[in-house]
Structure formats: structure tokens, C-alpha cells
Design a protein around this ligand. Structure first.
Ligand SMILES: Cc1cc2nc3c(=O)[nH]c(=O)nc-3n(C[C@H](O)[C@H](O)[C@H](O)COP(=O)(O)OP(=O)(O)OC[C@H]3O[C@@H](n4cnc5c(N)ncnc54)[C@H](O)[C@@H]3O)c2cc1C
Length: 437
């Protein structure tokens, strides 16, 4: 096809799949051939500290696979490595663009980026058409009767279920329209090396959830067993459709799992309406806490050398695999913010660096919940005792022995870096002082 043929451009971001993709579906039905584009954004990549960041490898592998799938249709994926505004400037110069299609992204940086690109395209008379794709309900679709956003999960969840009808779970039949891609062989894909990255050695979880969700309710709280789906990475980058997952739930036990997907949407809705929570307490009085911020203790926490076996096992699982079990995420986050009185934002940033399934909304939500400053937050005086959590959720020490082998020999295992009773009293005093003002 020559470059004067009008094209619709579909811009992939965190929706890296060809099937059941809302924005792509509307692009494919637009009547113009669809040129699919992905942009590696240096503003995002430059913030990553590790050259072998596993998320970059995962995205690169995924766009390479999409490109290969498109080549079977005589098309391909155009992958650019540039600031989005420059990339769009070049695209506008090079192609006759009839319209641009993409899916909503609710994170603060993405919102600003998309507004700027929409304005840039508008100057050329090009429409920027955006769609809901990564959630069942977005932004203002589940709100209180007075039109305000919910700030507590349970009533939000009830309203979410009230609104749910089969319509919202229907897959977009993209596969029927694959012949509508722009026919070209001259597309480009930069290597990881060209972008300054290296291949990560981490293993990526496969999409595998059907058998797991049948027993989710009984198994999800025990970190030694594989009782959860590890699907977060795929939800993060859209390599699985949320509609497919929600539609797969068809029993009461499986609904426990769907409730977790509702938590994900709840936190996305919160971040969308309260973007300051990305780095400030949802409840402003919690920003007054006088953190100890002891760097040595922070380092011990990062390395999994606190002398508290469940905390250490969790941090080592994270450092080794890019994953940590939800129960243990709660324990290590509570330990950092309450026992060590280290600013929850330090922990949030560390998780952001390490988690394969890092998602700003859920990460900030989970951290603020643990630190007591968030929406549904645990009251500040409820302080997890890492020892009793261990007895309850890893009674046979299977998880601990896997990740902290030296625990078997007490002479080799570090002494606790802080005494539980001391830490508890200090935390209560610090929180009380901040909240009393
Ligand atoms: C301090 C802290 C930080 C967290 N950071 C993240 C994060 O960066 N990214 C992230 O996706 N989740 C985060 N969570 C939530 C939760 O721990 C993970 O979603 C879950 O452990 C991922 O494992 P899984 O894919 O096996 O989930 P499953 O238990 O199989 O659940 C399926 C999916 O539901 C969603 N989900 C499950 N639990 C929650 C939850 N509590 N809140 C929001 N969504 C949930 C996730 O998308 C998850 O992949 C965090 C929790 C805490 C306490």
C-alpha cells in the first residue's frame, strides 16, 4: 500500500493482544486499513533502574509476537522508540491518517500524555478515538447515588455487581476483521539493546487460571501453595482480556476471585478520581506522620534480612521471581510502615521496581491500606504481628524454608532488627501524635 492511502492508526499501550480488544475492534471496523503502532516511551523507560528490567523484556517479547501474528495477515506492527509527541509528529508527516484509535489509560502520566496527543492531532484535523478496554467498569460508571465516587470498597463492590449484565462481558470479535490491517512489509522493531536494555532472565507466568479459581477461596491465603493465578502481569499489559476472565467466573467460590478483580477496578477508579494519592496519603492527616526512615533498616527489609522469617521470605521471593504472595505483601508492607516507621512511599517505589505485576493503582492502594492512610485502610492501631501471621498462614514453615534456607539453623539466621513490642508502641505513639493535630 502506498503512503497516500488513508489509514486508521491503532495505538497499542497496555492492551497487547489482537483479540477482544475494544479500540482495535473499532479501528478495524472504521473502513480504512489499520496501521498498528506501539511506542516505547523514553520518559517511562528512563525511570527504570535495572537494565534487565523484566517488564521491558516482557513487552518486547509480546510486541514481537504480535508483529509475527500480523505478518501472517500481510501486515506488521510499527514499533517506535521516541517521545510520544515526536512519534506522532513523524506519523502525521508520513501517513495520511484518517483517525487514531486507542484504549483508555487511567494513570496520571497517561492522562496528561493522551490529552496532549489528542490536542496535537486535532491541529491536523485527526480524531483521537478512545475506548474502555482494561476494566469492566471505569471512571464514573460505578458511583454513589449522589454522583460522587465511592471511597469504600464494599458499597462499590455491591453497586458493581448490580450493574453487571452479560453485555459487559461480551468479547469483541476482532478476529473476524483481521484482513483489515494495513498491508505492508516495511515495518520496524527496535531491539532491546538499541533501547539500552538487556534480556531479563526471569520466567513469566503463563495464563492459567481456570483450575485455580475453582479452589481459590480455600487456597488463596497460603503462600506455600500455588493457590492464586499469578495473572497480574497479563492484566497489567493486557495480554489477557478482563472480559474473558470475568466471564469465566460461574460459581460462588469463583466469585471470591472476581471480588479481587473488582478490587483492581476500585483502586483504578480511586487513582483516577484522586490522582494525588499516587504519592500522598488518601487521608491527608497521615502525611503528618514523623517517619524514622532508617536507611540501614530499609536495606535490611529490601534484602530480606530483618530477622522476621515471613517478612524475609516475602522479600526474597520478590527479589528472585518478581512476584510476592498477597498475604505476604500485606505483612511486609505493614512491617515497613508500622514496625520500622519507614515512609510507605519508599516501599511502594521498591515494589514498583521489582514487581512483574506492578500496577500503580493497586500498588498505591495496597501500600496505603497497609500503612493505614488509604481508602479502606486497616485502622492504624491494628498492627500485623509477623510471628502470628507466620503461625496462621505458613504453620509448617514450608514457604519460609523455601526462601530462607538458613532459618533451619538459628545460628545463621539474623536476630530481629527490631523488637515487636517496642515497634508496636512506637508506631502507636507516632500515629497518635500525627492524627491528634
Ligand atoms: C502492599 C501491596 C502492594 C500491591 N501491589 C500490587 C501491584 O502493584 N499490582 C497488582 O496487580 N496488585 C498489587 N497488589 C494486590 C495483590 O497483592 C496482587 O494483585 C496479587 O497478589 C497478585 O497475584 P495473583 O495475580 O496471583 O492474584 P489473584 O489472587 O489470582 O487475583 C487475580 C487478580 O485480581 C487482582 N487483585 C487481586 N488482589 C487484589 C488486590 N488486593 N488489590 C487489587 N487487585 C487485586 C490482580 O489483578 C490479580 O492479578 C498489592 C497488594 C499489597 C498489599
Amino acid at each position: 500500500m502506498d503512503k497516500q492511502t488513508p489509514v486508521s492508526i491503532f495505538w497499542f499501550r497496555r492492551d497487547l493482544r489482537l483479540d477482544d480488544n475494544a479500540g482495535l475492534y473499532y479501528a478495524l471496523k472504521s473502513g480504512d486499513p489499520v496501521l498498528p503502532v506501539f511506542i516505547f516511551d523514553p520518559a517511562i523507560l528512563d525511570q527504570l533502574k535495572d537494565k534487565d528490567d523484566a517488564r521491558v523484556t516482557f513487552i518486547h517479547e509480546t510486541v514481537t509476537a504480535i508483529d509475527a501474528e500480523l505478518r501472517e495477515q500481510g501486515s506488521g506492527l510499527l514499533v517506535l522508540f521516541d517521545k510520544p509527541e515526536n512519534a506522532w509528529k513523524k506519523l502525521v508527516e508520513e501517513y495520511k491518517i484518517a483517525a487514531v484509535y486507542t484504549n483508555h489509560d487511567y494513570e496520571p502520566y497517561a492522562k496528561v500524555r493522551d490529552e496532549a496527543i489528542a490536542a496535537q492531532l486535532e491541529k491536523h484535523g485527526i480524531a483521537f478515538n478512545t475506548y474502555k478496554d482494561q476494566v469492566i467498569f471505569e471512571r464514573d460508571e460505578v458511583i454513589k447515588d449522589d454522583g460522587k465516587p465511592y471511597t469504600v470498597y464494599t458499597p462499590y463492590m455491591r453497586k458493581w455487581y448490580q450493574k453487571l449484565t452479560p453485555f459487559y462481558l461480551k468479547a469483541y470479535p476482532n478476529k473476524k476483521y483481521l484482513k483489515n490491517f494495513y498491508q505492508t512489509k516495511a515495518l520496524y522493531l527496535p531491539s532491546l539493546k538499541q533501547m539500552g536494555f538487556e534480556i531479563s532472565g526471569l520466567e513469566f507466568p503463563k495464563i492459567h487460571y481456570k483450575e485455580l479459581i475453582a479452589h481459590y477461596a480455600e487456597k488463596r491465603d497460603f503462600p506455600a501453595i500455588k493457590g492464586t493465578t499469578h495473572i497480574g502481569l497479563h492484566l497489567r499489559f493486557g495480554t489477557v482480556s478482563i472480559r474473558e476472565l470475568a466471564a469465566a467466573v460461574n460459581s460462588f467460590t469463583e466469585k471470591t476471585w472476581l471480588n479481587e478483580l473488582v478490587w483492581r477496578e476500585f483502586y483504578m477508579m480511586i487513582l483516577y478520581h484522586f490522582p494525588h494519592t499516587a504519592d500522598h496519603a488518601f487521608r491527608p492527616e497521615y502525611d503528618r506522620i514523623k517517619w524514622e526512615n532508617n536507611e540501614k533498616q530499609f536495606e535490611a527489609w529490601c534484602k530480606g534480612e530483618t530477622g522476621y522469617p515471613l517478612v524475609d521470605a516475602g522479600m526474597r521471593e520478590l527479589n528472585t521471581t518478581g512476584y510476592m504472595h498477597n498475604r505476604v505483601r500485606m505483612v511486609v508492607a505493614s512491617f515497613l510502615s508500622k514496625h520500622l516507621l519507614i515512609d510507605w512511599r519508599w516501599g511502594e517505589r521498591y515494589f514498583a521496581r521489582k514487581l512483574l505485576d506492578y500496577e500503580m493503582a493497586s500498588n498505591v492502594g495496597g501500600w496505603q491500606w497497609s500503612a493505614g492512610s488509604g481508602t479502606d485502610a486497616a485502622p492504624y492501631f491494628r498492627i500485623f504481628n509477623p510471628e502470628s501471621q507466620l503461625k496462621k498462614f505458613d504453620a509448617k514453615l514450608e514457604y519460609v524454608k523455601k526462601w530462607v534456607p538458613e532459618y533451619a539453623d538459628f545460628s545463621k539466621y539474623p536476630k530481629p532488627i527490631i523488637d515487636h513490642a517496642f515497634a508496636r508502641d512506637r508506631c502507636l505513639a507516632a500515629f497518635k501524635e500525627a492524627l491528634a493535630k
